[in-house]
Design a protein around this ligand. Structure first.
Ligand code: ASP
Length: 324
């Protein structure tokens, strides 16, 4: 029998409302052991050990907590008595934790994140089946070497490509359409593709208790320059601009980034458009801006934070964003 570590961190999957018809106003109330015990048949899918480092709404997560979780996952996948890890997590920032885990782990063992769009008290709550599916994926030998994955709504997504794309529906996760690795259907795991083999080594977390500050600034018509000035003043180390189209910047964003770059900040051109990459352009060499390539603004921010924490310089960060 496969030995799985099930880490509960909170979110809607662990939440209940006072009225069953309430789908948005709810509190995190369930511990991971109780949640598992309440789902018929889930506890016997594998030899499951539960851990609960915290139990919170994912909008409230601090970097220190995410690093604590990441360190535990790094450690767990190195243990001979752990065949896979499942993490229950709020969906609001699930893709951020998943992408960070993608950057800091390189084990072939499955690491699966799962959440729910409806609280456990709702009619048609999606959490129980999502959790069953996540356990099925984590215990399946075919899941080896597929990286960090997100299991939601019967789909298996690569953390590298996944993003939340709907505010309330159970099919909220999809990303750019490239991230679907497979599906779980009637208790069976089916894979359609493998993620690309990683070329960038995993970042180690030894000694890291926090990460350097990197801000995301949205760009739009007639944008102001003051968010850039505020970021510089706050001591932020990097700025990711959620720019227009293929990472085009408004005049204020160009000016704000120029000021930031002169003061030694790293500025990345990403896009507010949910699908497609931001391609490098010749003028980047003059402006010092870096293209986010196919990282969305959230992913570019996480990659930049880790890169800065490891002392990578402008050129090395530019290559990293391209290779990830
Ligand atoms: N507010 C919840 C959270 O992210 C939303 C969810 O889990 O769907 O923790």
């Amino acid at each position: 029998m496969q030995r799985l570590l099930l880490i509960g961190t909170g979110g809607t999957i662990a939440a209940t409302a006072t009225d069953a018809r309430r789908l948005t106003d709810y509190q995190v109330t369930q511990g991971i052991e109780a949640m598992l015990a309440a789902i018929p048949g889930a506890g016997t899918l594998a030899d499951i050990r539960c851990e609960q480092p915290f139990n919170v709404d994912s909008r409230a997560l601090h970097t220190t907590q995410v690093l604590q979780l990441a360190r535990r996952v790094q450690q767990a996948v190195r243990q001979a008595d752990v065949d896979g890890v499942v993490i229950t997590h709020g969906t609001d920032s699930l893709e951020e934790t998943a992408f960070l885990l993608h950057l800091v782990t390189d084990s072939p063992k499955p690491i699966v994140l799962v959440g729910a769009m409806r609280p456990a008290s709702a009619p048609s709550a999606d959490g129980p089946l999502n959790l069953i599916n996540a356990l099925l994926v984590a215990r399946d030998p075919a899941s080896m070497g597929r990286g960090v994955m997100i299991v939601m709504n019967d789909g298996i997504l690569a953390a590298r490509q996944a993003a939340k794309g709907h505010t309330t529906r159970v099919d909220a996760f999809g990303g750019d359409g490239l991230g679907m690795l497979g599906a779980v259907c009637d208790g069976r795991v089916h894979y359609a593709q493998r993620p690309n083999p990683r070329t960038v080594p995993a970042f180690h977390l030894t000694g890291l208790r926090s990460l350097p500050a990197v801000d995301i600034i949205s760009d739009y018509q007639d944008a102001p320059v003051h968010p850039y000035q505020a970021a510089i003043q706050a001591g932020t180390r990097g700025i990711v601009v959620a720019g227009m189209g293929n990472g085009s910047l408004s005049i204020a964003a160009e000016r704000g980034c120029a000021q930031a770059i002169r003061r030694g900040l790293i500025c990345v051109r990403a896009s507010r458009v949910p699908r497609g990459a931001v391609t490098p352009k010749d003028s980047d060499a003059e402006t010092g801006l870096l293209a986010a390539h196919d990282l969305n603004p959230l992913q570019a921010r996480i990659a930049l934070r880790l890169a800065l924490a490891h002392g990578l310089d402008h050129a090395a960060i530019g290559s990293l964003l391209q290779e990830l």
